[in-house]
Design a binder for this molecule. Structure first.
Ligand SMILES: [Zn+2]
Ligand SMILES: [Zn+2]
Length: 82
C-alpha cells in the first residue's frame, strides 16, 4: 500500500493507485503527493510509526517516508517513534 498526502489540506490516504482529487477543503481539488510505497495510515505488525515533527503527520512504514513537501512548509522532518 502507498500513502498519499494532499499538499494543501494535509490529509493522508492509503491507496494502491493514485487517489481521486475532488473534495479538498482548502483548494477544491487535492494535490496528492506520495509519502511512501510500503506503508499504511494505521498500525500493523512489522511497520514502524514515523511522525513529521513539523506537521504531525503519522504513517506506519517499513522505511523512512520520502515525501518531499511538508504541508507545514519546507521538507518533512521524520522521526521514528519506536
Ligand atoms: Zn486537500
Ligand atoms: Zn510535516
Amino acid at each position: 500500500m502507498k500513502v498519499y498526502q494532499c499538499k494543501y489540506c494535509g490529509v493522508t490516504l492509503q491507496s494502491e493507485g493514485f487517489p481521486l482529487s475532488g473534495g479538498c477543503p482548502k483548494n477544491g481539488t487535492h494535490a496528492w503527493l506520495e509519502l511512501c510505497s510500503d506503508c499504511l495510515t494505521v498500525p500493523k505488525e512489522d511497520y514502524s510509526p514515523y511522525q513529521c515533527s513539523k506537521c504531525g503527520t503519522l504513517v506506519y512504514s517499513r522505511h523512512i517516508p520520502y515525501g518531499a513537501i511538508c504541508p507545514a512548509g519546507g521538507i518533512y522532518s521524520w522521526n521514528r517513534l519506536i
